[in-house]
Design a protein around this ligand. Structure first.
Ligand code: AMP
Length: 217
């Protein structure tokens, strides 16, 4: 099963991609996660990406296309993958089409998670992450047992620079202007399925499975 999870920042793409992996063993390909690791490791790619990410800007197409090209060639995606955060521009969507046809693969569905703007801002600005083990919390919806500290390892939680309210707004504007038009692109190919991204993560997951043709019958 080859899927794209499309949706604005904080729509829940990462959470849902992890659920799909747990059930179907199809790896999540998150360009955001790969870029964040490059920034943390201080690689050349990380040095280009870091300031752009912190400002809510997109990383250049050729950089992210290169990441996905390399990732799709790896053996663990033989039975499928979930793209999370890619493609984000028409040039990336075109490049993906070419990559997939070169590899003899095709997309089964493009799931668009629909979440109102206000909810996206609330989710993002309340998110706190553990810099040591990557655990994710939300100050209201899933707070740690001791405010400000990771339940698992006790490290002090931090706010990602791109979760600052003004940066969130910028990222949402960018999504509306540059990524949202991809919905039309995939609708014309008959691949787009819209799913309501508000509600319990498990309920949303059932909707996603149904949209991908893997729901309960
Ligand atoms: P994400 O975790 O998917 O929200 O990505 C975090 C940040 O990484 C984005 O705000 C962009 O700066 C950058 N990024 C991730 N994926 C892409 C992409 N496909 N194209 C351009 N920039 C990206």
């Amino acid at each position: 099963m080859n899927l794209i999870l499309l949706g604005p920042p904080n729509a829940g793409k990462g959470t849902q991609a992890k659920k799909l992996f747990a059930d179907f063993h199809i790896p999540q390909i998150s360009t955001g996660d790969i870029l964040r690791k490059a920034v943390a490791d201080g690689t050349e790619m990380g040095k280009i990406a870091g300031p752009l990410m912190a400002a809510g800007q997109y990383v250049p197409d050729d950089v992210v296309i290169g990441i996905v090209k390399e990732r799709l060639r790896q053996a663990d995606v033989a039975n499928g993958f979930v793209l999370d955060g890619f493609p984000r521009t028409p040039a990336q969507a075109d490049a993906l089409d070419k990559m997939l046809s070169g590899l003899g693969k095709h997309l089964d569905a493009v799931i668009s998670l629909e979440v109102p703007h206000k909810t996206l801002v609330e989710r993002g600005s309340g998110r706190r992450v553990c810099p040591a083990d990557g655990s994710v919390y939300h100050v209201d919806q899933s707070p740690p047992k001791r405010a400000g500290f990771c339940d698992k390892c006790g490290t002090g939680l931090v706010q990602r620079p791109d979760d600052m309210p003004d940066v969130i707004e910028k990222r949402l504007q960018k999504y509306d202007a540059e990524t949202s038009p991809l919905k039309d692109f995939y609708a014309k190919k008959g691949l787009l399925k819209s799913v309501d991204g508000v509600g319990s993560p498990d309920g949303i997951y059932e909707e996603i499975k149904a949209a991908a043709g893997k729901g309960r019958r």
